[in-house]
Ligand binder design. Sequence first.
Ligand code: SF4
Length: 282
Amino acid sequence: MAKCGVCFRHCDIKEGQIGFCGGRTVKNGVVEAVNYGRITSLALDPIEKKPLARFCPGSMILSVGSYGCNLRCPFCQNHEISWSEEAKRSARTADTISPEELVNLAIKTKAKGNIGIAFTYNEPLIGYEFVRDTAALAKNNGLKNVMVTNGTAELSILEEIAPYIDAMNIDLKCFNEDWYSRVLNGNMRQVISFIEKAAESCHVELTTLIVPGENDSDDEMRSLSKWVSGLQNPNGEGVPLHISRFFPRFHMQDRDATDMEKVYHLADVARENLEYVYTGNC
Ligand code: SF4
C-alpha cells in the first residue's frame, strides 16, 4: 500500500491496484503513472481550440491526450477517455508513445504551423511524469508546451512541471465550494491555489462551462470574475476568462444546452471586472 500525493484525494493504493483517477498504480511500493506514454488522441489543432486566445494566436499545436481523470463531472464532454466504462476500455487499447517519439512528431509538423505540444483531452496532471519528461525534451528542441487541466493537483506537482510549461488553460468550473465537491467530486480550494501559483510562472487562461440551473447566476459570475481580476499573467496582463456553453452529455441529459443569450449575458457580467472575456461553443 502507498499513498498518492498528486491530488487532494491522497488515495491509498494497494500494490498493483489503480487509484480513483484510473491513471496511477503502485509498483514495488512506489506510486507511478500507469498511463505513462499511453495515448488515446493525437491531433493538430488551432491553439484557439484549447482554448487559448492570447497565446501565440493563429498557430497550431500538436494535441495529445491519455486516459483517466480525478474529477467526476456528470456532464464530461470527453467521457470516453475520462471516467466511463468506455474510458476503462480506452485504457486497455491506448497506443504507446515515448517522449522522444512525440517530440519528433511535433518537430516534423512544424511545417504545418505547429509550435509545440498541448497536453489535453483527459486530465494530464494525473500522469504528470509524462508531461514533465516530454515537455522538458520539447523545450530543449525549441518547442512550446501547453497544458489544459482541471487544476486539481498539489502545488508540488505544479512545481515539477512549471519550468517547462509556457501556457495553461485551467478550468474554474464554478465559484461555489459546495458544487465543486458535491457535483464534481472536486476541491475548489485546491484549484484556486493551483491557478494562483500557475499564473506566477506561465501564461494562464481560465474556462468556466455554464451549466443551466447550476452555476449560471449573475451573482456567481460576479464573484468569480472579481476573484479572477486579482490575478495577473507574467506579461502583466489580466488573466483571460472563457465562458463556455454546456451541451447535454453523458450523465447530464436532463436539460437543454445553455441558452446562447445567457452565455453572452454572463460574459457581459464578467466584463464588469475583466478586460479579456471570450465566449465558447456558441
Ligand atoms: S491523482 Fe489519482 S491516484 Fe493520485 S490521489 Fe488523485 S485520484 Fe488518487
